[in-house]
Design a protein around this ligand. Structure first.
Ligand SMILES: Cc1cc2nc3c(=O)[nH]c(=O)nc-3n(C[C@H](O)[C@H](O)[C@H](O)COP(=O)(O)O)c2cc1C
Length: 376
């Protein structure tokens, strides 16, 4: 509608319309309506049944998220029952075994309630790796090595012994297993790859860059930075996200116009990255925020890695707006259980452009040590 009106009117008329709207916003009638709305929000938020009624009857803001979360749960649980293997389940359970192996003191019997599930999902993946693009040789070797170590150290127990029998019949993964055993290990603490001062300099140098040199970005540099992003922490090591990259000029034009925050500078973005979260990684709604947390941690590492390679970036917000979501779903071909976490513009920084100073909040405001606790 907005675009239609804009196309019908002259620039001057659009400006006058915008001014009138701004003046109207300051009017008494609007102020009264706003204060009534604030009162309504206060009432709706005062008790849980009221907030439930508010979002069931008066606002549809959470509906898309609810549907995507449900679609993810449906896929996850269907895969458990059917013969499809959920790689996220394998990753999570193998990681739980890693933690059990590293526990101090280590218990003689652990993971009793999920070891059979883990062996079964591993069996499904290793039996037919072609069914899942995720079942890379590296991940399978990791799962195999951790399971082997687990069965080597745990004590005799009927449940564990049965799981061991199933595991012993599983094929061993093929291909790139030359990295050595992928089991818990002691880090070399004498190594200090980056000093605090170097990290501080990098953090100060990294700024959100919105103006770029008009030259292509080599994919091997991008892939190096994605490699660093993939080393970021992730809840239970599931890594429930993927990166979609656009470096084709025509495609960037479309991709860069998906998020609203690129207005005014989208025409010169050399690479656009969409970080997409996968809600089929979770068995319960309680983990629905993990795609945003893990996606953001990976984005931060990606951004720092880019800086070390002479590249810069700017994160572009993805507010939950129905029309934007529908467009992104269609344009990017997303599944019903996938949601954009954020977009990132990437390129060689234009040396003649300025960046915002963006003063950070003071440490004393952001950080508190040992605040008084209330008894639970
Ligand atoms: C979640 C998130 C969303 C952002 N969205 C936008 C955006 O839509 N458009 C934009 O120009 N900058 C965006 N930014 C960049 C911020 O404006 C920027 O990070 C902030 O002002 C601090 O500046 P700095 O990154 O240079 O330290 C976003 C940053 C984050 C973390």
């Amino acid at each position: 509608m907005k675009t239609f009106v804009k196309n019908m009117l002259s620039e001057n008329q659009v400006d006058r319309l915008r001014d009138a709207r701004l003046m109207f916003r300051e009017s008494r009638a609007v102020r009264m309506a706003t204060s009534a709305q604030t009162g309504g929000l206060r009432v709706a938020s005062s008790a849980r049944p009221l907030s439930t009624a508010y979002y069931a009857l008066l606002s549809r803001q959470f509906q898309r998220e609810e549907r995507a979360v449900l679609a993810g749960l449906a896929k996850y649980h269907a895969e458990l029952q059917e013969d499809d293997a959920n790689v996220f389940l394998m990753r999570r359970n193998v990681h739980r075994l890693e933690k059990g192996l590293s526990m101090r003191p280590r218990r003689p019997v652990f993971a009793k309630d999920y070891i059979l599930e883990t062996v079964n999902v591993y069996r499904k993946v290793v039996d037919a790796p072609e069914r899942s693009a995720e079942s890379s040789a590296e991940s399978l070797h990791w799962a195999y090595d951790v399971l082997s170590e687990y069965f080597r150290v745990v004590a005799a127990d009927p449940v564990l012994d049965h799981a061991r029998e199933v595991f012993d019949k599983c094929p061993t993964p093929t291909g790139s297993g030359e990295a050595g055993e992928r089991i818990p290990y002691k880090r070399n603490l004498d190594e200090h790859p980056v000093s605090f001062e170097q990290l501080e300099k990098l953090s100060i140098k990294r700024r959100s860059v919105r103006w770029f040199e008009q030259k292509p970005v080599p994919r091997d540099l991008l892939d190096k930075a994605f490699g660093i992003a993939s080393l970021s922490p992730s809840a239970c090591n599931r890594q429930p996200f993927r990166f979609i990259v656009f470096d084709d000029p025509e495609m960037i034009a479309t991709a860069a116009s998906l998020p609203g925050g690129t207005i005014g500078w989208k025409h010169q973005i050399p690479v656009m990255v969409a970080i997409i979260g996968s809600l089929d990684a979770f068995y319960s709604e309680k983990d629905r925020h993990v795609i945003y947390i893990d996606g953001a941690l990976a984005a931060m590492s990606f951004s720092y890695a880019l800086e070390t390679l002479g590249l810069s970036s700017c994160i572009c917000n993805w507010p939950d707006i129905e029309s934007h979501e529908r467009r992104a779903e269609k344009v990017l071909g997303l599944e019903s259980y996938e949601r954009p976490v954020m977009f990132m513009a990437v390129g060689y920084p234009d040396p003649d452009a300025t960046v915002a100073y963006s003063q950070k909040r003071p440490l004393e405001v952001m950080r508190t040590y040992n605040p008084p606790l209330n008894n639970a």
